[in-house]
Design a protein around this ligand. Structure first.
Ligand SMILES: [Zn+2]
Length: 90
């Protein structure tokens, strides 16, 4: 998996500045509709048309393929285990 730098935007869940992501599908620049995981809080986010991030809603969740969801869950686990600020939230 390759980290991709993009224009800074704010996580709607934790307000962290997000300007770096991992493309879980492993190819290309992020585009509207692509799924991202906040590297600070692990929230599932979606790139909107203006490339700002919003929280994933039910329609987004239904669109996520099972193998992609597995990768998202692995990212969330890595974020939560790797970020000492989040340990007390579990
Ligand atoms: Zn966040």
């Amino acid at each position: 998996m390759k980290a991709i730098k993009f224009e800074a935007t704010t996580c709607p869940s934790c307000a962290a500045i997000v300007d770096l992501g991992i493309n879980v599908r492993g190819h290309g620049e992020p585009k509207p509709g692509h799924i991202a995981v906040c590297m600070s809080c692990g929230e599932i986010l979606v790139f909107a048309e203006d490339m700002k991030l919003r929280s994933a809603d039910l329609n987004d969740a239904l669109r996520i393929k099972p193998e992609t969801m597995q990768e998202i869950l692995e990212c969330q686990k890595a974020v939560r285990e790797g970020n000492p600020h989040n340990r007390h939230k579990q």
